[in-house]
Design a binder for this molecule. Sequence first.
Ligand SMILES: [Zn+2]
Length: 444
Amino acid sequence: MKKTFGVSSVKLWVLSIFVLLLLIVPVQVFAIEEIDWKIRHDVDFYETTLKALAEENSDIMKVFSIGRSWRERDLWTAEISGANEGEKTALYIVANIHGGENESAESAMYFVWWMMENRETEEVMKILENYIIYVTPVMNPDGYAASWVYNTRQNLRPTDLNGDGKVFSDPYTDTNGDGFISEIYTGAKDSKVEDRVRVGMESPDWDQNGIPGDDPKNSTIDLNRTFDFGWNWLDVDTDPVVGGNAFLRAGPDAASEPEVQAVQNFLISHPVYGLVTLHTGIQCVLYPWCYNPEPTKDHEFFKATAQKMIAAFEEPSGGRTMYEKQSYYDYPTASEMIDWAYGRLGIHAYTVEVYRGGFPDTESTDPADLHTWGNELPEEKWEYVGDWQGLTDVWFRTTSRAQTVRIAPPDQDLMVDGIKDVLLEFIWSEPYGDGPTVPEYLTW
Ligand SMILES: [Zn+2]
């Protein structure tokens, strides 16, 4: 029997149209243009997105690593520029030196994404023509990853906080599966909050020493106190003591940390005119000095530029505001990135703080309390657990901050768009268009 092999002409037409559609509509493996900027992204998102953007825009964007963290995560960095690189002004944008300050990384990543999405516009074309923009969205990837569990500023230099000879031997762990890390207290069921005694942090007590969570993934080191400029000059941030005991926060030596070495070496080998380091915690623009109450010789320029930057934030961010100050007058610190960059290399350097949670405190005289995002933060929770891991009358206290781990603030998409406009003001504030421009320090 002859097998019927033909198809009707109608079926053939349908098939042809289908094949034609497949050819016309490309299959999107990674939809870069559809990134949801309202949500919190994990640390791998930055590498994936940078590489995808560079692949789609290989004529104007490159991605490379400027170094590695303690846990051998790369510090992925974008280089954005058109042709004729020798005749341009180079600038640097770096975020997330403090691991838990996730909104800063989102802001830097959004800026790169926005540049690529808008590469045909007049403004971006003018930037590509006149500037080389380097962007490191996550300078402290270990801290970012650790902050997926519990909010921390620090990096992951192997540290033995409980002195048992083993590093990170009792990391915080979500034992009850509520998604957050609680502080552990004891106290009777009818006790008042102030009478409860803190015994540790949520963990199964991995090292079995009776104290839960006493050797977490924390190094004690604040990378923004370890740059090689006036290292260990001040002690604590709010009570400056010359030559004080800054070793815990400032690390064992000047520029001891690989993440800091990576940025210092990058800036020494890639001369830039200006830099912005993005943070969270307040909403402001700060400039050198951090360690010294005296104004710099560029004070008027810094102040004028900072005022343009904060003005640019308000409209795209939905009416949120920022303030500006010399960093010392926010609070004194030593060995910050901006002091190192300006003090050692003459780079115009700004700290841009992109987010402070909560409603403004209008009674306060501190500008940090007045310029906030205006969102409702979760209330701290106290849960009576009773018997738990050999302890009796146990309470779980979950702070507001612990409850916002992995959760983006509302309107994060407006935040990152506002910071994009702040960064554009920063870019235009630096000289361009006169052929090769060489930072002053290179002419010494
Ligand atoms: Zn910070």
